[in-house]
Design a binder for this molecule. Structure first.
Ligand SMILES: Nc1ncnc2c1ncn2[C@@H]1O[C@H](COP(=O)(O)OP(=O)(O)OP(=O)(O)O)[C@@H](O)[C@H]1O
Ligand SMILES: [Mg+2]
Length: 264
C-alpha cells in the first residue's frame, strides 16, 4: 500500500537525516518502526505525510508511493485526501477547542458531511471517556485523554492509513495497554492500515504484523515481530533483556561491537 524506496531527507539544505530509507506497509496490516532517539523515525513519517516543508526539510532522493502512485510531490492536505493521516508526536490537539470540535476538525477534507455525526458517535464507542468530556476544552484534558483525542481525530478523516508517532509517550502503563488495544481494534474492525512508531518495543512488537528497526537514517533489521523478539540485538537494545550470567564488562564490549556492526 505504502512504499518508501531509498529515500533521502535533508534539513536546512545540509543535514542529511534519512540516508536511503526503504520500507513497505501492506494494506490491512500493522507495521512497527522502532529505533533509538534521533534515528529518523519521525522524519520518515513526516516525509510521507508532507509535513517536512514547515520544518525546512526536503526529500532529495528516492520515491514514496501510495496505492501505486507517487505522492512525494503532493502537499499535506492532498496527502490527507488520498487517505493518509499522521498523528504527531506529543498529542497535538487544538487546546482551545472542545473535544467534539477537535473531532470535527479531523474531518475537514471529507465531502460526505452527512455521515460525520454518525462517525463522531463511532469514535465515542472506542473512547467513551471522550464522550463524557465532549464539551470540555481540550487543553484541560489529561495526557492520556489528549492522546485518545488525537487518535479519534485521525479516525474522523476516515484514512486508509494512520501513522502514529509514539502514542504511548508519557502515559501510565495501564493506559498504554488501553491505547494499544484500541489501535489493534481500529485495525481489525475498521480495516485501517497502521504504521506505528514506538519506543515501547515490547508492546509494538506484540501489536505488529511486521517490524522494522532503524538506526542513523536507514533500516538495519526487519522481520516478523516474534522472530525479532528472539534476536539478541533486539533483546539487548530494545527489550532491555540480557542473557543471564554474562559479565557486565564483557557485555559492554559485545554491545559496543554489535552496535558498530549495525551502524557500519
Ligand atoms: N527540523 C529539523 N531541522 C534539523 N534537524 C532536524 C529537524 N528535525 C529533526 N532533525 C534531526 O534529524 C534527526 C532525526 O530526527 P527524528 O525526529 O526523525 O528522530 P526520531 O527517530 O523520531 O527520534 P525520537 O525517538 O527522539 O523522536 C535528529 O538528529 C534530529 O536532530
Ligand atoms: Mg520522533
Amino acid at each position: 500500500m505504502l512504499s518508501l524506496n531509498n529515500i533521502e531527507v535533508i534539513y536546512n539544505d545540509v543535514i542529511l537525516v534519512l540516508k536511503g530509507m526503504s520500507l513497505e506497509v501492506p494494506q490491512g496490516k500493522i507495521v512497527a518502526l522502532l529505533g533509538s532517539n534521533g534515528a529518523g523515525k519521525s522524519t520518515t513519517l513526516k516525509a510521507v505525510s508532507g509535513l517536512l516543508k514547515p520544518e525546512d526539510g526536503e526529500v532529495t532522493d528516492g520515491s514514496i508511493t501510495f496505492e501505486g502512485e507517487d505522492i512525494h510531490h503532493l502537499d499535506a492536505a492532498d496527502i490527507v485526501r488520498r487517505g493518509i493521516f499522521q498523528v504527531m508526536e506529543g498529542r497535538r490537539v487544538f487546546e482551545h477547542l472542545d473535544v467534539e470540535q477537535n473531532l470535527l476538525a479531523g474531518s475537514y477534507t471529507r465531502s460526505d458531511r452527512g455521515q460525520i455525526k454518525a462517525d463522531i458517535e463511532a469514535v465515542y464507542t472506542y473512547f467513551p471517556r471522550l464522550k463524557e468530556r465532549r464539551r470540555q476544552e481540550s487543553g484541560y484534558l489529561s495526557g492520556g485523554e489528549q492522546q485518545m483525542l488525537a487518535i479519534g481525530r485521525a479516525m474522523m478523516a476516515k484514512p486508509k492509513l494512520i501513522m502514529l508517532d509514539e502514542p504511548s509517550l508519557g502515559l501510565a502503563p495501564l493506559l498504554v495497554r488501553d491505547i494499544f488495544d484500541i489501535i489493534t481494534r481500529i485495525n481489525k474492525e475498521q480495516g485501517t492500515t497502521i504504521l506505528l512508531v514506538e519506543q515501547n518495543a515490547r508492546l509494538a512488537l506484540d501489536a505488529a504484523d511486521y517490524a522494522y528497526i532503524m538506526e542513523n537514517g536507514r533500516i538495519v533489521l526487519a522481520g516478523d515481530p516474534q522472530q525479532l523478539k528472539d534476536n539478541a540485538d533486539v533483546r539487548e537494545f530494545y527489550l532491555g533483556l540480557n542473557e543471564v550470567g554474562t559479565r557486565k564488562s564483557y557485555r559492554d564490549v559485545k554491545h559496543y561491537k554489535r552496535r558498530k556492526r549495525w551502524l557500519s
